[in-house]
Design a protein around this ligand. Structure first.
Ligand code: HEC
Length: 99
Protein backbone atom coordinates (compact mmCIF):
# COMPACT_ATOMS: atom_id res chain seq x y z
CA UNK A 1 0.00 0.00 0.00
CA UNK A 2 2.76 2.43 0.99
CA UNK A 3 4.64 1.48 -2.15
CA UNK A 4 1.53 2.21 -4.18
CA UNK A 5 1.12 5.62 -2.56
CA UNK A 6 4.80 6.36 -3.05
CA UNK A 7 4.72 5.46 -6.72
CA UNK A 8 1.53 7.48 -7.17
CA UNK A 9 3.30 10.37 -5.50
CA UNK A 10 6.29 9.97 -7.78
CA UNK A 11 4.06 9.87 -10.84
CA UNK A 12 2.24 12.94 -9.56
CA UNK A 13 5.53 14.70 -8.97
CA UNK A 14 6.45 14.22 -12.59
CA UNK A 15 3.02 14.81 -14.09
CA UNK A 16 1.67 17.63 -11.97
CA UNK A 17 4.92 19.22 -10.79
CA UNK A 18 4.26 18.43 -7.14
CA UNK A 19 7.24 18.77 -4.87
CA UNK A 20 7.37 16.48 -1.86
CA UNK A 21 10.42 18.17 -0.37
CA UNK A 22 8.74 21.54 -0.55
CA UNK A 23 5.72 19.97 1.14
CA UNK A 24 7.88 18.49 3.90
CA UNK A 25 9.65 21.79 4.52
CA UNK A 26 6.36 23.66 4.77
CA UNK A 27 4.92 21.08 7.14
CA UNK A 28 7.94 21.17 9.44
CA UNK A 29 8.19 24.96 9.43
CA UNK A 30 4.53 25.79 9.92
CA UNK A 31 2.16 22.91 10.56
CA UNK A 32 4.26 20.83 12.94
CA UNK A 33 4.07 23.58 15.56
CA UNK A 34 0.50 22.50 16.18
CA UNK A 35 -0.01 19.16 14.43
CA UNK A 36 3.17 17.76 16.00
CA UNK A 37 6.59 17.09 14.55
CA UNK A 38 5.86 13.36 14.81
CA UNK A 39 2.84 13.95 12.56
CA UNK A 40 0.58 11.96 14.83
CA UNK A 41 -1.54 14.85 16.01
CA UNK A 42 -2.08 15.80 19.64
CA UNK A 43 -5.11 16.47 21.75
CA UNK A 44 -7.12 19.04 19.82
CA UNK A 45 -4.85 18.82 16.76
CA UNK A 46 -5.88 16.21 14.22
CA UNK A 47 -3.48 13.59 12.89
CA UNK A 48 -2.59 14.40 9.29
CA UNK A 49 -0.14 11.60 8.47
CA UNK A 50 -1.38 9.10 5.94
CA UNK A 51 -4.48 11.17 5.27
CA UNK A 52 -5.99 11.08 1.80
CA UNK A 53 -4.49 13.95 -0.26
CA UNK A 54 -7.84 15.02 -1.68
CA UNK A 55 -9.25 15.20 1.86
CA UNK A 56 -6.38 17.44 3.00
CA UNK A 57 -6.60 19.72 -0.03
CA UNK A 58 -10.39 19.99 0.23
CA UNK A 59 -10.19 20.91 3.91
CA UNK A 60 -7.51 23.53 3.26
CA UNK A 61 -9.52 25.06 0.41
CA UNK A 62 -12.60 25.07 2.66
CA UNK A 63 -10.63 26.88 5.41
CA UNK A 64 -9.40 29.34 2.77
CA UNK A 65 -12.93 30.06 1.58
CA UNK A 66 -14.26 30.15 5.12
CA UNK A 67 -16.78 27.39 4.46
CA UNK A 68 -15.03 25.41 7.21
CA UNK A 69 -14.63 27.59 10.25
CA UNK A 70 -11.52 27.59 12.39
CA UNK A 71 -9.74 30.93 12.86
CA UNK A 72 -6.08 29.73 12.99
CA UNK A 73 -6.52 27.29 10.10
CA UNK A 74 -8.39 29.89 8.05
CA UNK A 75 -5.51 32.33 8.49
CA UNK A 76 -2.79 29.77 7.78
CA UNK A 77 -4.50 28.40 4.67
CA UNK A 78 -4.92 31.92 3.29
CA UNK A 79 -1.13 32.34 3.29
CA UNK A 80 -0.75 29.22 1.13
CA UNK A 81 -0.79 28.97 -2.65
CA UNK A 82 -2.62 26.18 -4.43
CA UNK A 83 0.74 24.53 -5.18
CA UNK A 84 1.83 24.65 -1.54
CA UNK A 85 -1.43 23.07 -0.44
CA UNK A 86 -1.02 20.26 -2.94
CA UNK A 87 2.65 19.74 -2.01
CA UNK A 88 1.83 19.44 1.70
CA UNK A 89 -1.11 17.13 1.00
CA UNK A 90 1.06 14.81 -1.08
CA UNK A 91 3.84 14.84 1.48
CA UNK A 92 1.40 13.89 4.25
CA UNK A 93 -0.22 11.16 2.19
CA UNK A 94 3.12 9.41 1.65
CA UNK A 95 3.57 8.91 5.39
CA UNK A 96 2.12 5.99 7.25
CA UNK A 97 -0.76 6.75 9.57
CA UNK A 98 0.58 6.87 13.14
CA UNK A 99 -2.65 5.94 14.91
C1 HEC B 1 -2.02 27.27 15.27
C2 HEC B 1 -2.06 25.82 15.23
C3 HEC B 1 -2.15 25.15 13.86
C4 HEC B 1 -1.24 25.26 12.82
C5 HEC B 1 0.06 26.06 12.79
C6 HEC B 1 -1.76 24.41 11.76
N1 HEC B 1 -2.93 23.82 12.15
FE1 HEC B 1 -4.11 22.62 10.98
N2 HEC B 1 -5.47 22.51 12.49
C7 HEC B 1 -5.34 23.06 13.75
C8 HEC B 1 -6.51 22.71 14.55
C9 HEC B 1 -6.75 23.10 16.01
C10 HEC B 1 -7.36 21.95 13.72
C11 HEC B 1 -8.73 21.37 14.06
C12 HEC B 1 -9.76 22.35 13.54
C13 HEC B 1 -11.16 21.95 13.84
O1 HEC B 1 -11.44 21.48 14.95
O2 HEC B 1 -12.01 22.14 12.94
C14 HEC B 1 -6.67 21.84 12.43
C15 HEC B 1 -7.20 21.16 11.33
C16 HEC B 1 -6.51 20.91 10.16
C17 HEC B 1 -7.01 20.11 9.06
C18 HEC B 1 -8.32 19.35 9.02
C19 HEC B 1 -8.07 17.96 9.59
C20 HEC B 1 -9.26 17.09 9.66
O3 HEC B 1 -9.14 15.97 10.19
O4 HEC B 1 -10.35 17.47 9.18
C21 HEC B 1 -6.05 20.09 8.11
C22 HEC B 1 -6.07 19.37 6.78
C23 HEC B 1 -4.94 20.90 8.61
N3 HEC B 1 -5.26 21.40 9.85
C24 HEC B 1 -3.77 21.12 7.92
C25 HEC B 1 -2.77 21.97 8.34
C26 HEC B 1 -1.59 22.27 7.55
C27 HEC B 1 -1.28 21.65 6.19
C28 HEC B 1 -0.86 23.17 8.26
C29 HEC B 1 0.42 23.85 7.86
C30 HEC B 1 0.41 24.59 6.60
C31 HEC B 1 -1.57 23.41 9.52
N4 HEC B 1 -2.72 22.68 9.53
C32 HEC B 1 -1.14 24.26 10.53
C33 HEC B 1 -4.28 23.83 14.19
C34 HEC B 1 -3.20 24.23 13.42
Amino acid sequence: MNKLILSLALVSTTVFGLDLQRGERKYKEVCANCHHQGLDGRTGFPNLAGQNPSYITNQLFAFQKGTRKHRPMEEISKTMSREEIMDVAFYLSTLGCKK
